[in-house]
Design a binder for this molecule. Structure first.
Ligand code: C5P
Length: 230
């Protein structure tokens, strides 16, 4: 039986969000935003350990109490200059605990509304997959290409387009190899694609959105408060 591990890169500054405090530590229903992303992974029975990747000069993590997340959580202060560098550093830190064929789920710190249902679907649908994959949703909105004056240059077809979410789930060995060679993508799947593989899209839902702007916190709070989970 293959084991499942999780990595949460949380060493970014959240520049689009603005403000002094990094996005992952913004308050959401009385706790830091990242708490909920970590809690979703720690609560999942099949995940054995959750590594949260922090910046070496992070000064916010220690200001909060994380004990209620339990024994699965482990902090590594080895964040890099990009998301993929942070993930690659965490993979190195995990090397002694994880086998090449074990699954690693990489999840954004800023997706606090990941449901147990979506997490279970991801693990179930990819259980026998030779490559791995990611949660994603088909694009719902019409897409406009902007010109330099912010006028519509053209309408793009949305046929076959999906929005990538996280977790993104790949085997430890594969993920380590592809990130070493293709470190310029904005998610793990793009590194896997650049290495010639075709990750599987597993349908999630829009509630697992990434908190990016201050107004997103209210939406996240409404989703979390309206949810009843086992
Ligand atoms: O900037 P973006 O929202 O795409 O970041 C996605 C995730 O990657 C966030 O959880 C962020 O904290 C993390 N990240 C990181 N190290 C960086 C940049 C981003 O761990 N250098």
């Amino acid at each position: 039986m293959l084991r499942h591990y999780a990595i949460v890169p949380a060493a970014g500054s959240g520049s689009r969000f603005g403000g002094e405090t990094p996005k992952q530590y913004q308050a959401l229903a009385g706790r830091p935003l990242i708490y909920y992303s970590l809690a979703a992974l720690c609560r999942c029975q099949r995940i054995e350990r959750v590594w949260v990747v922090l910046s070496p000069d992070d000064r916010w993590w220690r200001q909060h109490d994380w004990t209620s997340l339990g024994h699965k959580l482990e902090t590594v202060f080895c964040g890099g200059s990009s998301r993929s560098a942070s993930v690659a550093n965490a993979l190195s830190a995990a090397a002694t605990a994880v086998d090449d064929d074990d699954w690693v789920l990489v999840h954004d710190a800023a997706r606090p509304c990941l449901s147990q249902a979506n997490l279970t679907t991801l693990c179930d649908e990819l259980a026998d997959d030779p490559v791995g994959g990611l949660l994603a949703v088909p694009l719902a909105d019409t897409l406009k290409r902007a010109d330099e004056h912010l006028r519509v240059a053209r309408t793009e077809s949305r046929d076959g387009l999906w929005q990538a979410q996280t977790p993104q789930m790949f085997r430890y060995g594969l993920l380590t190899r592809v990130l070493a060679e293709h470190a310029d993508g904005t998610d793990e799947a793009s590194a896997v694609e650049a290495a010639g593989f075709r990750p599987r899209l597993v349908r999630g839902d829009a509630s697992n959105f990434k908190v990016t702007y201050p107004a997103d916190l209210l939406l996240a709070e409404l989703i979390l408060k309206g949810r009843v989970e086992p």
